[in-house]
Design a protein around this ligand. Structure first.
Ligand code: UT7
Length: 322
């Protein structure tokens, strides 16, 4: 039994903020951001829009693309580290708003790797025959947790959500392999110190703190390790892959991986110039755009690979369609 993706959807806020817009209020420039990250603009949600609002938009589109009624869902899994509230979870809000009355629902906290973790969990429930139909979501609004005076972080992130509908399938298409990893000893390099039980009053701040260089080093190692690890589990080689969709954080991380692993640039999908790093949303958002761009056809082998706070990383190998 495999878990097959039968619908994909995404949602981003309408407000576009360019590098030049940011340069008006922080000591940076369009040139620095473009050269060091590849990002040109990002979407930023307004005060009244929360993570579940973007997630709901993405889920409705994914369910419509799959022509699948929400009331038939068995499970909703959301990868997010910017939930509307500590509880209830984003997945429970979605369960109610979608009318997915039969579905169990929970969130997974793996930051930018959240979608890979959620997809692995969702597909495992199908493979072990616990559930047949699962909605998997990656959604974050990290711009709400940015220190707009810290140029090392505030230029990097954007908001968004992406979702896929999984169903049980006995043919050859579906999730072929999943590979996940955590290196908790490195967690202090990327941290949201305030707001948790260690600091509920946020005395240590409510903003993301990051050692960019250390995360960069981990990222290039993690992308390679997760791609190699997941392909080994799927019994496939790099040459068998038709499209790589890496976490969209920094074009230099992507290019470094392309060079180191000898990947073909044409086989690597990138849309980070338009959205920046949308955390758990980045991979399903790129998957949705790659499909719309006609980059994916039936039978293609696709590798989704991500990394993020924790530190965590993971990859999923998919045989498309069928
Ligand atoms: O999903 C995981 C999320 N995190 C990541 O993926 C982050 C991974 N790391 C990175 O992407 C990069 O490390 C950054 C983009 C964050 C930074 O790039 P870098 O090449 O590592 O720059 P740096 O931190 O070494 O800074 C170089 C210089 C510094 O100035 P001095 O000390 O050389 O005078 C920084 O202060 O660039 C300066 N700088 C900036 N200048 C203009 C840092 N940020 C900016 C900025 N605009 N936004």
């Amino acid at each position: 039994m495999k878990a097959k993706i039968i619908g994909v959807g995404s949602c981003v806020p309408s407000r576009v903020v360019t590098n030049n817009d940011l340069a008006k209020s922080v000591d940076t420039s369009d040139e620095w951001i473009k050269t060091r990250t590849g990002i040109c603009e990002r979407r930023i949600s307004d005060e009244d829009t929360s993570t579940s609002d973007l997630a709901l938009g993405a889920c409705k589109k994914a369910l419509a693309a799959a022509k699948f009624p929400a009331e038939n869902l068995d499970l909703i899994v959301v990868g997010t580290t910017s939930p509307d509230t500590l509880f209830p979870s984003v997945s429970c809000i979605l369960q109610y708003k979608l009318g997915a009355t039969k579905a169990a629902a929970f969130d997974v906290s793996a930051a930018c790797s959240g979608f890979n973790f959620a997809l692995t969990i969702g597909s495992s429930f199908i493979e072990n025959k616990t559930y047949k139909n699962v909605l998997v979501v990656g959604a974050d609004t990290l711009t709400k947790y940015l220190d707009w005076t810290d140029r090392g972080t505030c230029v990097l992130f954007g908001d968004g959500a992406g979702a896929v509908v999984l169903t049980a399938s006995e043919n050859e298409a579906g999730i072929l392999a999943s590979w996940l990893k955590a290196e908790g000893s490195l967690g202090y390099h990327l941290i949201m110190p305030g707001g948790g039980s260690r600091d509920p009053e946020q005395k240590h701040g409510r903003f993301i703190r990051m050692d960019g260089k250390e995360v960069f080093k981990f990222a290039v190692r993690a992308l390679e390790e997760s791609i190699v690890g997941s392909l080994k589990l799927a019994n496939l080689k790099i040459e068998d892959v038709d499209l790589f969709i890496p976490h969209q954080a920094n074009i230099r991380i992507v290019n470094y991986t392309i060079k180191k692993m000898g990947l073909s640039k044409e086989k690597v999908y990138v849309n980070l110039h338009k959205y920046g790093n949308t955390s758990a949303a980045s991979i399903p958002l790129a998957l949705d755009e790659a499909l719309a761009d006609g980059k994916i056809k039936k039978g293609d082998i696709i590798v989704l690979s991500g990394f993020g706070a924790g530190l965590t990383c993971g990859a999923n190998v998919i045989k498309w369609g069928g």
